[in-house]
Design a protein around this ligand. Structure first.
Ligand SMILES: Nc1ncnc2c1ncn2[C@@H]1O[C@H](COP(=O)(O)OP(=O)(O)OP(=O)(O)O)[C@@H](O)[C@H]1O
Ligand SMILES: [Mg+2]
Length: 457
């Protein structure tokens, strides 16, 4: 077994080279993987049973990263993403350092005597070691580590403990967070469970957004949730960026008057005036094509990213959280499954309708047209979509109309605020935490505590 082999291996000195990382070209307009390719681990992934291939991978990693096994005992591979491989490991030098990041330790020592608090901890402490692929550009790696460092004491964000580099290999060390694979529970979550899930997720987003940071890749595998504790942490800041990075003027931030003027004097408006169909284009269009950051995961990108808004802000994460809620309410994962951005726009059109997509495109100085006849102008209500997805429709017109339950209706009201196509009107994380859908989660937990008090008395 790799574990045994790892333990028997000679502990070597950890070598951390301080020389400059070499520059390398990066394809900035990158995207992460398909939602179906995601990794995710259960809470009980055993330390003992690991596959032969994983054991060999661990040995290879230890061989290449000289000295790592002096500080950490690698246990298992817990994630394989687009940009990294993540391992669970035991922190062998836990007691030699201050561990401000360890919330559980802080909690457990809160009521202990000062002498006991100073005593070294005997139980094992686990970390997640994120081995960032060497093909990632140094700028990307630096960006992830720097943002994580800035978010060190942020609520519900998985903090960075430390990071090491050996030659061109960089590893980030994070506290190991016990969680369950989203696919194991998304079909069984009650509305009360969803309130708790989103209370935790929006707490994380509030702290990230307060620092004017966009996560850009909010999705179930990047929010590690422990249903038993109703607690989750946001991970994976590999695509995150500071607001206003590479901003260029987009029509969406112009005063409405100015925007209307621009639209009415655009090439599109002139084409319409000349009597041509809106779907016709100038033969030789000399305008340069628009570039905007579209990093993120297919199916979780908001309309403004698909439309290439050049002034994207933290509201893009709110949309992605909305896609998670839609997934939970519809019991469909992944909910959206497009091959590319055009396909993704069409998926949104089938729900929100052609009119809204046209309006949103114009808001960002773009034109949206489709000649697919099956798309209606008005789209469909989210209530209807959830009823369809959960098989609660009937073609029998004589029967009573099937409706969502009261709790579900409240969830859908919240969902409308998250999946608001106009990003300026979308709810913020701070406001979301004050929405009745979330505040009820606080009321529910208070009621539970009261019940426990009564039993105790
Ligand atoms: N702190 C942690 N505790 C427990 N598991 C973790 C931790 N960090 C990451 N993981 C596991 O590793 C997976 C991949 O981590 P992460 O998202 O940071 O890497 P990635 O390469 O950017 O992944 P992807 O491309 O799939 O988004 C997570 O989905 C999770 O299952
Ligand atoms: Mg990830």
């Amino acid at each position: 077994m790799a574990k045994a082999r790892a333990q028997s291996r000679q502990a070597e000195q950890l070598v951390i080279h301080e020389d400059e990382m070499k520059e390398e070209e990066e394809e900035f307009f990158d995207e992460s993987g398909d939602p179906l390719e995601e990794s995710g681990r259960t809470m009980d992934s055993s330390d003992e049973e690991i596959e032969q291939a994983v054991a060999e991978d661990i040995v290879r990693f230890e061989d290449s990263f000289v000295g790592i096994n002096k500080r950490y005992r690698l246990i298992n591979r817990i994630g394989e993403g687009t940009f990294s491989t993540v391992y669970k490991a035991e922190d062998l030098e836990y007691n030699s350092f201050e561990n401000e990041w360890d919330i559980d330790d802080r909690e457990s020592k809160k009521w202990s005597s000062p002498a006991r608090r100073r005593r070294p901890s005997k139980r094992p402490h686990y970390v997640a070691i994120k081995k960032i692929y060497v093909t990632s550009s140094p700028m990307r790696i630096f960006n992830e580590l720097e943002l994580l460092h800035d978010l060190k004491f942020s609520d519900s964000v998985c903090p960075l403990i430390t990071a090491f580099r050996h030659l061109d290999q960089v590893v980030a060390v994070l506290p190991y967070f016990q969680h369950r694979d989203f696919r194991e529970y998304y079909q069984d979550m009650t509305i009360a469970d969803m309130r708790l899930y989103f209370r935790s997720l929006f707490t994380a987003l509030r702290s990230v957004h307060a620092k004017k940071i966009l996560h850009r890749d909010v999705k179930p595998t990047n929010f590690l949730y422990n249903p038993q504790q109703a607690r989750g942490v946001l991970v994976d800041f590999g695509l995150a960026e500071r607001e206003e990075t590479d901003w260029h003027q987009c029509a969406c931030t112009l005063p409405p008057e100015e925007r209307r003027y621009k639209i009415s004097h655009s090439v599109w408006a002139q084409t319409l005036q000349s009597g041509n169909q809106p779907s016709s284009y100038p033969k030789s269009d000399v305008r340069s094509s628009r570039r905007a950051n579209r990093a993120g995961t297919r199916g979780f990108r908001p309309p403004e990213v698909l439309i290439k808004c050049t002034q994207q802000n933290t509201s893009i994460d709110i949309w992605s959280a909305g896609v998670i809620l839609l997934t939970l309410l519809s019991r469909r994962f992944p909910f959206f499954h497009s091959a590319d951005d055009i396909d993704a726009l069409l998926e949104l059109t089938s729900i929100f309708g052609k009119k809204k997509m046209r309006d949103i495109a114009l808001l960002h100085g773009q034109v949206f047209e489709t000649n697919i006849p099956s798309y209606s102008d008005g789209g469909h209500s989210l209530e209807k979509i959830i009823l369809w997805c959960t098989g609660r429709t009937s073609s029998d017109k004589t029967q009573k109309k099937i409706e969502l339950g009261d709790d579900e209706k409240e969830a859908v009201q919240f969902l409308y605020r998250l999946l608001e196509c106009d990003s300026a009107k979308r709810i913020t994380a701070e406001e979301a935490l004050r929405h009745p859908f979330i505040t009820k989660a606080f009321e529910d937990s208070e009621a539970d505590e009261d019940a426990v008090d009564l039993v105790a008395e």
